[in-house]
Design a protein around this ligand. Structure first.
Ligand SMILES: [Zn+2]
Length: 362
């Protein structure tokens, strides 16, 4: 699988920063020219076609490849726009022959009056250490890009690591929702529960209400920009929480020697959040999706497989006797005539695990 590491660079000097910014401006120009040529039907492009652009030819070639791919997507999208338009803040892309990572220094070619290599120290972080371990163990670096965001410079590096996959037969069924953001049930291959984990949504609900009332107040004052800031803040808060939840779930999975994570295919999640207004529902779809992505990513890193099952009846059926009855679920409690009384989301997470185990044994 391919991983991306976003490394923060230590603050460059004013002179270097200006060279960076100039290069970015050249990249924007280069990409726009490429898009124009593609629109004019010129498909055979090389760096020599862009002599007026001050960039290393390797970067020009990389731009050509990327804009060609984007242009294909643009044509497919049937957009009403005239052509691709590149924003002023473009990343500068490199392939693995253009840049080097040596200890804590990244060196890349940039153009001022002539092409020069520049060395940039990277901020030492745990992530950077992790990347180093992969490089040392012989993993191959892939594409990278240099970009500027909120006053800081970053270098995003991709690296290909070997897929390791466990053969452990234990599974973890994870139910994702609102009252409980995630509930997990770990089962062995015979269907016996070994461990469980709850992540309740009380705090998230509280934060959501807080931001909603803030938004309402600002809405009356028509402060669009302030509202946007609040939205960003709320998103960052949720993203952070999703990182924590996914980390704890996968830690438990590793500790319990789980081989497969099972989640619901949530493409039609609308129904789970009926009680919410539309804006909240969109936010929730987004955070549910993000949480699943984080879980998937961390699971793969740990060599754990990820499978998705159809969510039909997972919350309505009894995890003990498999009877399907919607009325048996009342808010937090699932009560079945067979004597099974259980937290409704734990019931769902067990069903998710069961569904997969049944498919396996069928
Ligand atoms: Zn039952």
């Amino acid at each position: 699988m391919q991983l991306t590491y976003i490394l923060e660079l230590l603050k460059p000097t004013k002179r270097k920063q200006n060279i960076f910014l100039n290069s970015i401006a050249e990249v924007v120009k280069n990409r726009q020219f490429i898009a124009e040529k593609l629109k004019a039907g010129e498909n055979k492009l090389s760096s020599a076609d862009f002599k007026e652009i001050n960039l290393p030819s390797a970067v020009k070639n990389q731009n050509i490849r990327e804009v060609k791919a984007l242009y294909k997507l643009f044509l497919k999208s049937n957009s009403s726009k005239d052509n691709l338009a590149f924003k002023a803040n473009q990343p500068i892309c490199y392939n693995n022959q253009n840049y080097k990572i040596d200890h804590h220094i990244i060196s890349i070619p940039l153009y001022s009056t002539k092409c020069q290599r520049f060395a940039f120290p990277v901020k030492q972080t745990e992530r950077f250490e992790e990347l180093h371990k992969y490089i040392k163990s012989g993993c191959k670096l892939g594409k990278a890009s240099l970009f500027y965001k909120r006053g800081k410079w970053y270098f995003a590096v991709t690296i290909k690591i070997a897929d390791k996959e466990t053969t452990n037969s234990r599974v973890i069924g994870i139910d994702i929702g609102l009252r409980q953001l995630a509930v997990a049930s770990i089962k062995n291959s015979q269907g016996k529960e070994i461990n469980r984990q709850f992540h309740n949504g009380k705090q998230a609900g509280f934060i959501r209400k807080k931001y909603r009332s803030l938004r309402r107040k600002l809405g009356q004052a028509k402060r669009v920009k302030a509202i946007k800031n609040i939205d960003d803040k709320e998103q960052r808060w949720m993203t952070d929480l999703n990182h924590k939840i996914s980390r704890q779930l996968i830690n438990l999975a590793v500790q319990e020697q789980v081989g497969t994570v099972i989640m619901e295919n949530l493409e039609n999640i609308q129904n789970t959040a009926k009680s919410l207004n539309r804006a909240d529902r969109n936010l929730h779809n987004w955070t549910f999706y993000q949480l699943q992505q984080f879980i998937e990513y961390k699971a793969q890193l740990a060599g754990i497989k990820v499978e998705y099952i159809n969510p039909k009846y997972t919350s309505q059926s009894c995890c003990k006797c498999a009877k399907v009855k919607k009325a048996n679920r009342k808010a937090n409690l699932y009560s079945c005539e067979c004597g099974n009384h259980i937290h409704s989301d734990l019931n769902a997470s067990r069903n998710i695990a069961n569904k997969y185990l049944e498919q396996q044994s069928a």
